[in-house]
Design a protein around this ligand. Sequence first.
Ligand code: DAS
Length: 359
Amino acid sequence: MHQPTRRLMLALCASMVLTGAHAQSVAPAPLPRVIILATGGTIAGTGASSTTTVGYTAATVGVQSLIKAVPELAKVAQVSGEQVFQIASENMSNEHWLTLAKRVNVLLARADVDGIVITHGTDTLEETAYFLDLVVKSRKPVVLVGAMRPSTALSADGPINLYNSVLLAASPEAVGKGVLVAMNDQIQAARDITKTNTSTLDAFRTPELGMLGYIQGSKPFFYRQSTRKHTVDTEFDIAGLNALPMVEIVYGYANVGPVAVDAFVAAGAKGIIHAGVGDGSLAAKVLPALKAARQKGAIVVRASRVGQGILARNGEANDDELDFVAADTLNPQKARILLMLALTRTSNSKDIQRMFYTY
Ligand code: DAS
């Protein structure tokens, strides 16, 4: 073959191969795979009319309908759904938590799953989030989401909350951040978030320690992250557990007496969370019952009903002498979760106090 023609042919073949390769190299990467685990709640709720924002029925819409209602999900992830429960979250139980956590860990161990979103009622959302924060054994994103208005309401917040949660669970920025909550365009950490209003859209806040960031224009923006250990860095493992130790909460208030403490101990409680007034003060009428509880082997944790601030060890009570545990900044319902998991590992009060300063 004439030399210039041969070179031309080779150049042509090379350009065809490169073009082909180039064409392959610009093929869009597959979207992340996010699984939505639905448990019920208002996000799956329906009301009698579009203006019904209280007095509706929670936990009536199935996960496939939730996904179908937000076709935009397909732009940010390959989404599939599982209906794990269909309950109002005031009915969430230890057994529900163990079932959910085990399913999350099985799914996240799969190479073809990049993140998980859990749709949930708002009443105990902060508790489920913190439980998972302590027992999920993966760095992959787990995002809890709820809604303050039912799916049938004018300006229902569920669809945009679900969209934001899926895009957060699909984002590399959320990897390793612990269990997150995405509602009202905000990103919040499981440990410190709490429900602060019975019905408004901005009910979920992290009042003093602050949210982690925002979701805006289909992108997550992180400005801080938790300083406490979570997920793969915790010592808790629920794989072999079918039950959690009985831990109950007693509330402090003027004129409180020992009846609740005595009743919980008689019922077999292994731990008592005392949600005290102020900095966890112990009323003189309650202290003997708490001492008796401790002498019978129950762990007593001093927490506060106040909601914010450090519950100081040896502050309003001599915890060293009483052998009680201080809850640090955990609210009573989250202190209960940590104590239940702590009791699956140890009954040593000093070791448990370490855990309250670690998680
Ligand atoms: N009962 C509430 C619950 O299921 C409804 C909600 O706010 O999600 O938590």
